[in-house]
Design a protein around this ligand. Sequence first.
Ligand code: FAD
Ligand code: DLZ
Ligand code: SF4
Length: 513
Amino acid sequence: MAALRLVLGDQLSETISSLEGVMSDDVVLICEVMEEASYVPHHPKKIAFLFAAMRHFARALSARGVTVCYVKLGDPGNAGSLTSEVQRSIEELGGVSRLIVTEPGEYRVLQMMQAWEELLGIPVDILADTRFLCSHDEFAAWAQNKRQLRMEFFYREMRKRYRLLLEKDGTPTGGAWNFDKENRKPPAKGMRSPKRLSHEKSESTRDVLALVKARFGDHFGRLEPFHYAISRKEALMELDHFIEHLLPTFGDFQDAMVAGEPYLFHSLISSYLNAGLLLPLEICEKAEAAYRSGHAPLNAVEGFIRQILGWREYIRGIYWHFMPEYGQRNALNATRPLPAFYWGAETAMACVAEAVRHTRDHAYSHHIQRLMVTGNFALLAGLDVRQVQEWYLAVYSDAYEWVEMPNTLGMALFGDGGIVASKPYAASGKYIHRMSNYCQGCRYDPDETVGDKACPFNALYWDFLVRNETHFRGNQRMPYVFSTWDRFGPEKQEAIRAKADELLETIENGRFL
Ligand code: FAD
Ligand code: DLZ
Ligand code: SF4
């Protein structure tokens, strides 16, 4: 036999580098293993989605004539980890001359792979993941000699390189690189999101659901109803549905939050894209075509392309550029234990309860809920950066460390000291009030800072800034924040800080908030 080719659960693309030039006597190994399914307590929907998609992908490869060795979680002899399954396959198949893999999405797994050549006694080729649009070397070349890394400038380079929304003379379509001024409107009254697709479950998916219920039913999150796409065909249907029905409104309400509406106008493609069922360039090209044909406005299409070509590639670049040191950072020394309401315990904060409920039910919440509700609360309350990261990595079906860590540690928690974000995404209840209708149904009042009915985000916001004054007072992007605080005067300042102390104590003691 020529080669054993390992394909991981988030590498389900027929064009993945590890499958390039696959020969008739090669064997492709895909395995469900307990180690990957439990290194954090993944949401049951995330595990079910991946296992169902892995099984479907294996069948599609077999139908193409590729020899696939698929190991199910419950197979007798399943040795439980990627390393032990690779080892077992090599022993059982006999005559394996080399192992071919595509680099993984997590440093933890890369370290594992780097030890394989010595352990297995055969050559191990770890190939680049060419599904991404910016390689590690290209990112390093861009980052070199820059005092500050800023996504906006990275994104412009990527637009030029891929000629997306670019005119023949090299200028950006519409005369600007960024149309965010036109985006980010508060929700319109009574706003509802169009109906989403729901995919028929095959017998194989039903088997997976039974397996996940039996083995991971105790993890946080609801397994059913399960509507996820699990094949490339279904993922493309999701993408097309988004482009046809939602993209035109995507920009306007990108930052809006509405009670009872988990998805609004977001695309819901991150799980499919990160697992390999969709590819980033095809998504951007379809979005651009929607603009060129007059179907969607430029502010929406540019905003959407920026998320994928800009933010997604930039975030991945940051992860690999700064790991492993990045993972050790905790710039604001945040160590307070994660309150139980992140794992579904009751809270009177309507915005947090809503975001956690969406997360529990769908293994999804949209960007502004992740950043400005659960992330913002964690930032303001100084919650332990490792516990917060573990939560984000476990509960979202699109979460792998390469994308979760810079978003959580860097963007939401400012824990990387300002690599991803030039200022903290800290906001009081007033922001949530402006961008959502959550406060209408809340026990707390977003206009109050002290007193029994005061929105907890308010006192915590000021306390966060003052606690971390040495980091932020001189920040040029926060010019008026500290002058406002200074104008409050000692009495008001004291009352706010006393309220914040009371809130932090409530959190620490696990009392109801
Ligand atoms: P849309 O809003 O429709 O956006 C379109 C696409 O753009 C997304 O599918 C995604 O591929 C990409 N995108 C948008 N923003 C980002 C970003 N900041 N980083 C990377 N890609 C982006 N995204 C993940 O894919 N996995 C994660 O584990 C993850 N963890 C996050 C943790 C925190 C604290 C925050 C603030 C953000 C996180 N994000 C993560 C980014 C973003 O919230 C999700 O990509 C998005 O909510 C997915 O939903 P969607 O597909 O409907 O996205
Ligand atoms: C997330 C995940 C889960 C739940 N299970 C598996 C699995 O059983 N087998 C597998 O190959 N991959 C799984 N994954 C995805 C891996 O954790 C992912 O490939 C690494 O974290 C690298 O990104
Ligand atoms: Fe959230 Fe405060 Fe509004 Fe309640 S009042 S929903 S806690 S922002």
